[in-house]
Design a protein around this ligand. Structure first.
Ligand code: BES
Ligand code: ZN
Length: 712
């Protein structure tokens, strides 16, 4: 562990109840003026108030106990490193309620955090600026002095003073719009009071926008704000959002608590999207879809991001993590349920298979490295908080929640989720609180099982061998940590409580037996399995572990790949495990290539995606060696038949996955130097550039990919 920077949470002498906050951004000088009138409670008499504050100049500050005279602060002591300010008062502030008033100024910065300026070019070519916010994790303190910790919740009355030709938005609906007394080019826009919420979820946007709107089936006003002239491109996200809100309401059995939700594009945006309560901000590529020019993968991405951020409106916003240590729960959960939501909205995307490729295998790849980290990490100083927004929190987090959901079963899982969201609404919760709710709903030892997955890094490799005993199959299972660089001998051996499902060829997608493996080794007996039947561990590839089969067991599974009787996720998982075992030196690469040849009849996009990425790793490893041309030839041979079948032009009745598969396969063939594919790509690219024939949106990325390699 690197040295931790010294860090202390804010003292709890004084706590906010309601922030009355007025901000007046200046889009020419890039500054803002702010006025805070915070109703607070003094819990322990003190002559100091410590708050978070960064890059803000306080002009005056005073405290008035309810019904008593104002006391002016005599000192503002900034602790820049710790992003805090201490206001000192000449007399003791007694226990009780009162009003803290602070006048301050700040910069509309260009750092894409806090209250910042975002540059865009208008249709007529002029450069304009919007004033926007990004507060997670610890940057609300750059917009106004506040208690910037997720567990210090309060309500907010926001007022923005803005040029009258600009759109001004915040978390809640507008309630008043008045002329501004001192300047008739400005208006004062007041928003309704928010529910009790954390500072990192507060947001403001001041800019030029068009919008499309609808009402969801549960009565919420949904708007998608787009750059001026692009409202049409907001319709896809609008449709997804309007379907998603009732879906989550029903799934959690908790209504969305605000009267409106806005989804808005921000021209300069550091993350992909941010779940501010009622005002979700997105980078343009995560929200806009051009009906003609956007490709299928963009559509899918927009749907996933919308599903992710809207999930946070409940999981994160209504119930918030007690501290950033539990951030993984927020992000892991949203990264899991976004797939559930997209599966509901677009069953034709086969999105859960794609989860295994995009999140599960990626998490396993990173988590097998010696320098991975546990899902749960103690964090303190803001610089440490930023570090944990990584693939372990997101993708491993989502993968272990998927495993947990499978272990508990959907009905009890939903019961537990509802209990958790109801019990902790408008409050804060920890990882343990969720486990407790799920434990009560399911009667299963959730905390014991899950702590083995969240508190230690890595995951197990399950080794499986079998014996036939008349009409039963005896399986011997053992677990050891899986390491990308091969087994580490002589080290402590961490153990996991592993929910293990087992299926046979009689019913390849359902579990014949489920066990909870809580020891290094175990033996299970499968009754009624004949010698000629295959047995597979981890149907659905839901358990977060890799499997190594004895050579005989592996051999028996290969026909299931060839005749497609193994489900797509299992064909993918089997191949991915084998490939990683080969990379770790635990099986031979030649064996893996032989298994890859069993994929001749493969129709599934995601399975091809995983094959393509693993073959890409091999090709990179072998580049600049004598074998490079051979592996390129191998890739061409494997991808050629499916490329032939698909052709270049979409066929009538084809769907989303065919479009994705075509782009993938033609892209791969081109990359592997398949001459006819390269020639056709060049021809189509030229026709596109010459304006003769528009290139299909789904082929643009693979084709322009080769054009670059051809010209370089
Ligand atoms: N809460 C995050 C945004 C965020 C990320 C804030 C990092 C501060 C630091 C948001 O919910 C999120 O996870 N966004 C993702 C997109 C999502 C679909 C995975 C992102 O920005 O990449
Ligand atoms: Zn998120």
């Amino acid at each position: 562990m690197p040295d931790r920077r010294p860090f202390e949470r804010l003292p709890d002498d004084v706590r906010p109840i309601n922030y009355g906050l007025c901000l007046k951004p200046d889009l020419i000088d890039f500054t803002f003026e702010g006025k805070l009138e915070a109703a607070v409670e003094v819990k322990n008499a003190t002559n100091q108030i410590v708050m978070n504050c960064a890059d803000i100049d306080i002009i005056t500050a005073s405290y008035a106990p309810d019904g008593d005279e104002e006391i002016h602060a005599t000192g503002f002591n900034y602790e820049n490193e710790d992003e805090k300010v201490t206001l000192s008062f000449p007399s003791i502030l007694q226990n009780g309620h009162g009003m803290l008033k602070i006048d301050f100024v700040g910069e509309l910065n260009d750092k894409m955090k806090g209250f910042y300026r975002s540059k865009y070019t208008t249709a007529s070519g002029e450069v304009h600026y919007a004033a926007v916010t990004q507060f997670e994790a610890t940057d609300a303190r750059r917009a106004f002095p506040c208690w910037d910790e997720p567990s210090i919740k309060a309500t907010f009355d926001v007022t923005l003073v803005v040029p009258k030709d600009r759109v001004a938005l915040s978390n809640m609906n507008m309630v008043e719009r008045n002329p501004y007394p001192d300047d008739e080019s400005l208006v004062e826009v007041k928003f309704a009071r928010t529910p009790v919420m954390s500072t990192y979820l507060v947001a403001f946007v001041v800019g030029e926008y068009d919008f499309v709107e609808t009402r969801s089936a549960d009565g919420i006003l949904v708007r998608v704000y787009t750059p001026v002239g692009k409202a049409e491109q907001g319709k896809f996200a609008l449709e997804v959002a309007a379907k998603t809100l009732p879906f989550y309401k029903d799934y959690f059995n908790v209504p969305y608590p605000l009267p409106k939700i806005d989804l808005i594009t921000i021209a300069d945006f550091a993350a992909g999207a941010m779940e501010n309560w009622g005002l979700v901000t997105y980078r343009e590529t995560a929200l806009l879809i051009d009906p003609k020019d956007s490709c299928s993968s963009s559509r899918q991405w927009v749907a996933l991001v919308v599903g992710h951020e809207l999930a946070h409106q409940w999981f994160g916003n209504l119930v918030t993590m007690e501290w950033w240590t539990h951030l993984w729960l927020n992000e892991g959960f949203a990264s899991w349920i976004e797939y559930l939501c997209v599966d509901h909205c677009f069953p034709e995307y086969d999105i859960w298979t794609q989860f295994v490729f995009a999140d599960y295998t990626r998490a396993q790849e990173l988590d097998a490295l010696d320098n991975s980290h546990p899902i749960e990490v103690n964090v303190g100083h803001p610089s440490e908080v930023d570090e944990i927004f990584d693939a372990i929190s997101y993708s491993k987090g989502a993968s272990v929640i998927r495993m947990l959901h499978d272990y508990i079963g959907d009905e009890d899982f939903r019961k537990g989720m509802n209990q958790y969201l109801t019990k902790f609404q408008e409050k804060n919760a920890s990882t343990e609180d969720l486990w407790e709710s799920l434990e009560q709903a399911s009667g299963k030892p959730i905390a014991a099982v899950m702590s083995t997955w969240t508190k230690q890094m890595g995951f197990p490799l399950i080794y499986v061998d079998s014996e036939q005993n008349e009409d039963s199959r005896v399986l011997k299972l053992s677990q050891k940590k899986f390491c990308a660089s091969g087994p580490h001998l002589g080290e402590d051996c961490p153990q996991w409580m592993v929910p293990i499902n087992i299926c046979t060829c009689e019913a390849p997608s359902s579990s014949k037996l489920k066990i909870l493996m809580d020891k290094p080794e175990t033996t299970v007996v499968l009754e009624g399995v004949r010698a000629d039947q295959w047995v597979k561990i981890n149907p659905g590839t839901v358990g977060f572990y890799r499997t190594q089969y004895s050579p005989t067991m592996l051999e028996s599974l290969l026909p299931g790949i060839r005749d497609l009787s193994l489900q797509p996720v299992d064909r993918l998982g089997l191949q991915n495990d084998l490939f990683s075992l080969a990379r770790a030196g635990m099986t031979s690469t030649v064996e893996v290539l032989k298994v890859m040849e069993a994929f001749v009849n493969e129709p599934n996009y995601t399975v091809w995606n995983d094959l393509s990425s693993n073959l890409g790793v091999l090709s990179t490893l072998l580049s600049h060696t004598d074998f490079h041309e051979e592996i390129q030839g191998f890739i061409r041979d494997i991808f050629f038949p499916i490329g032939e079948r698909l052709g270049w032009d979409p066929k009538p009745g084809e769907g989303h996955l065919d479009a994705l598969l075509r782009g993938l396969v033609l892209g791969k063939l081109g990359k592997a130097g398949h001459k006819p594919t390269l020639e056709e790509a060049r021809r189509r690219f030229k026709d596109h550039v010459d304006g003769k024939n528009t290139l299909n949106a789904d082929l643009r990325s693979p084709v322009s990919g080769y054009q670059l390699s051809v010209f370089l």
